[in-house]
Design a protein around this ligand. Sequence first.
Ligand SMILES: Cc1cc2nc3c(=O)[nH]c(=O)nc-3n(C[C@H](O)[C@H](O)[C@H](O)COP(=O)(O)OP(=O)(O)OC[C@H]3O[C@@H](n4cnc5c(N)ncnc54)[C@H](O)[C@@H]3O)c2cc1C
Length: 384
Amino acid sequence: MDFGINEEQRMIQDAARRLMKQEIQPVLAKYPAGSTLPVEEIKYLLKKLIPMGYLGSTIPEANGGAGLDWVTWGLLMEVIEPEMFGVAFNSAGMAQGVALRGNEYHKKTFLPGLLSADRIGCAGITEPNVGSATFSIQTRAVEDGDYYIINGSKMWISNAAFADVCTVLANADPGRGRDGICMFIVDKAVSPWEARKIEVLSEGRIPEVGEMIFEDCRVPKENLLVPPGHGLKAQLSGFSAARCFVGMYGLIPAQLAYEAAVKYARERTQWGKPIGQFQLIQNMIAEMYALIETSRLLIFRALWMLDQDMRCIKESSLAKFYATEAAIKVTSMAIEVHGAYGLSKEYPVADLYKKGRMGTIPDGTNEIQRLIIGREILGMSAFV
Ligand SMILES: Cc1cc2nc3c(=O)[nH]c(=O)nc-3n(C[C@H](O)[C@H](O)[C@H](O)COP(=O)(O)OP(=O)(O)OC[C@H]3O[C@@H](n4cnc5c(N)ncnc54)[C@H](O)[C@@H]3O)c2cc1C
């Protein structure tokens, strides 16, 4: 087993770091904390990421994608400017879904816009009354001539506040229960929906999540991406990959908080010596290091398994729950190392703590991840 990254991968990661410093950070810096980037600026930044493969990701080159393997896309996402993580990951994720499940019409119609960042994508599964129990979604799709009419609302959807196009999970035949669930591509320009931003704990300059309301939303029949009977399975099958990246959504603030704590422990003096010399501070630094290294290994092991076409349901759930819980512990310890300064807005760690707290919920809460792991080990499901 090879735990290292090769020379080419190292060069890719270094180039991505340079891109963030030279092209992304200066634009973000124009917007003060508390402000919101206009959508044109978000698209401008996304376009800067395209040459590196951030949006084309694992989509085959024949479909206009970057044709990366999962590990390489992971290495890119690991060094993305943290505020860009959600928008890039979720728009690329929608494009992956279209490339994987779509027919020629879907790919030709929707991939060019998503891959060029002319359009931003998102995926609507969760609803105001339905979170973990996805099979009981209440959004309905009713056939009407050449259209489906969609009614319902989707909540906590990444990119919802500014997305142009989305996939929507709906039930077209509630009498069949979960077998009525199907998936649509909904294009806001053709089938408008209402959207609003939802303020959350860690609010950056690019809105994290929002609500989408579909009221008699007429969607052309050809936009049916996955037919009834297959919608739920299609949605669930994408989770192994997605969970690795939610783990990374925790790893990023953890790594930054750890680096800040190491720097501070070297510089801050008390009792006439650097606080880094105290054993209890060293203990926290060592704990943070252990949590981060373990998270990274678990995430990249699961991504590597995806590259080998190996089943990694258990491993991706473990990567997700371990890394997002490690993020809470690491960012909290980083505040402790900083003392009161850690709670001030002048230092980055308080903000990283908020970011680090976000990851336990998306793509299946960590309770659900534990139940998935239990089911995989025991062969008994807690979900029935
Ligand atoms: C930052 C962020 C981004 C998100 N992005 C998206 C997105 O792009 N698209 C999308 O569709 N959704 C998105 N979500 C929504 C997310 O997937 C849901 O919030 C999540 O699935 C949990 O649903 P819920 O919040 O309704 O919690 P609930 O399902 O109501 O759960 C409440 C509590 O009950 C527990 N619980 C539920 N069922 C069980 C059980 N069987 N056994 C034990 N405990 C249980 C949960 O673990 C939790 O502690 C996002 C959420 C966040 C925070």
